[in-house]
Design a protein. Structure first.
Length: 198
């Protein structure tokens, strides 16, 4: 699946991402992003198994947290780095709009993945994405991304069942040009760190 840049996505939860460009680099492409978040909004705890993510505050105040650690805050001109394999979240901790510049490296499937998640949230009209799309994304890209807030039982039982039902019902035709999952490389890295991908 190819995108024309800039590529803008927006969800019903007050988050807007503008993917400005993808910069080719010898050790993996870097996607440059502008991030706009409404007060109190922000993504749930997410792990990028293969990517680093870096945000620099342009306007407003960002709250952020690495799972298991205290909440922290950063203001204009300050930078927050989430290293690959680190469960993390961030949100607009101010009263006005939060604007950040951001990069994610390597780019891999992140533009597709977040575009599809936002679309599924908009379909569902809330933070929880539409069930079939969510099951597809969490199954196909389990070696690249993880949502820590999804209970283990749901990940191991409900999502696989929903995914299989979606296949039977032909729900995934729209994903036929989706990027191929990088599960093999992800599993190699996870085994090296003592973790296991689904």
């Amino acid at each position: 699946m190819e995108f024309t840049y800039p590529h803008t996505i927006e969800n019903c939860m007050g988050e807007k991402l503008i993917f400005k460009q993808v910069q080719p680099e010898p050790d993996g492409d870097r996607v440059i992003v502008e991030n706009l978040v409404a007060p109190g909004s922000g993504p749930p705890v997410l792990t990028h198994w293969l990517q680093d993510e870096c945000l620099t505050v342009v306007n407003g105040k960002i709250g952020y947290q690495v799972e298991g650690k205290e909440e922290q805050y950063a203001g204009v001109g300050e930078t927050v780095l989430f290293e690959r394999g680190t469960p993390h979240r961030f949100w607009n901790a101010g009263e006005g709009p939060l604007k950040c510049t951001c990069w994610i490296k390597p780019a891999d499937s992140i533009v597709f993945f977040l575009s599809a998640i936002y679309d599924a949230q908009n379909k569902a009209g809330g933070a929880r994405p539409e069930a079939f799309d969510s099951a597809y994304l969490m199954t196909q890209y389990a070696g690249e991304y993880d949502m820590a807030e999804i209970p283990a039982f749901v990940k191991k039982t409900i999502i696989p069942m929903t995914y299989q039902l979606g296949r039977i019902l032909g729900k995934y035709r729209k994903f036929r040009n989706a990027p191929k999952p990088l599960k093999r490389e992800a599993n190699r890295l996870l085994k090296a760190t003592g973790l296991a991908a689904s």
